[in-house]
Design a protein. Structure first.
Lengths: 129, 129
DNA sequence: TTAGGTGCAAACAATTTGCCGTGTT
DNA sequence: AACACGGCAAATTGTTTGCACCTAA
């Protein structure tokens, strides 16, 4: 788990830090390639993942797509350990949020609110289920 | 755009409807396989996608992973047309939400709130950018 | 009859991993 | 010297698509 200083990691981190568009791994790769011609896409994935695990970066939207027959906007909880995706009661959120989007000229058709953390089962274990 | 009745589609829809775990395409496929041995995974993907477009199902979490160097929980907006991912000002949401999760024994470490809709640029066009 | 739907397999795309030489401590 | 790191390419996964046949309307 210990880790040492790495040039590539810092460059990857800064590439994200200096971006305004929430880049994908591929986008980070393309941006760094001119400066770091020997950089490999695998390294980008490895480091983005590591930085996200450390909390230096935030990863938006998880891996595989999941579906829900309840189509009205509601709230989910994703267990970071076992990957379970649970429903939460629909709790009204501050409508101020919708307004904030509208003021920026954005047409809001819906929203997704996902909590992340640990489910009771995983919280009581060393190893995830 | 017209569509006719399809047994598989209904079974796929019902499989999601009767699940409590927000299944992936693969999970739906595995569950239906015993009853529909000739079902193919491609059909499952095709129909889940179609049902989601129609609004009969909700698709959670978008396609490719995107990263953000702002790690405190904040709000995003995804344009459904061009895929742009924008930041919204951090607007406080009802703290009731955190409490609701805690009451279910869930350890909440963060949350992701993503609005969906159209960005100003795409809202003013026929064809997405 | 005539589109739309499906199975099957091939094609793609996104992400991960093994191997082995390199860099950091 | 020990062990983390990075390049490269192969391997996995997740998802889409072309094609020929099937089926609802």
């Amino acid at each position: 788990m210990s880790q040492r200083f790495s040039h590539q990691r810092e460059r990857i981190y800064r590439a994200v830090l200096e971006s305004r568009d929430h880049p994908t791994a591929e986008m980070v790769y393309q941006r760094l390639k001119p400066e770091l011609p020997r950089l490999s896409i695998g390294t980008v994935y490895r480091n983005l993942q590591l930085l996200a695990r450390e909390g230096r970066l935030l990863e938006l939207s998880g891996p595989t797509a999941r579906f829900d027959a309840v189509t009205r906007p509601h709230t989910h909880f994703r267990c970071g350990a076992c990957g379970a995706l649970l429903d939460l009661e629909t709790v009204p959120y501050d409508p101020e949020l919708d307004r904030a989007a509208a003021e920026r000229g954005l047409t809001v058709t819906g929203h997704t609110l996902v909590f992340t953390g640990l489910c009771p089962r995983c919280a009581g274990r060393q190893e995830p289920a």
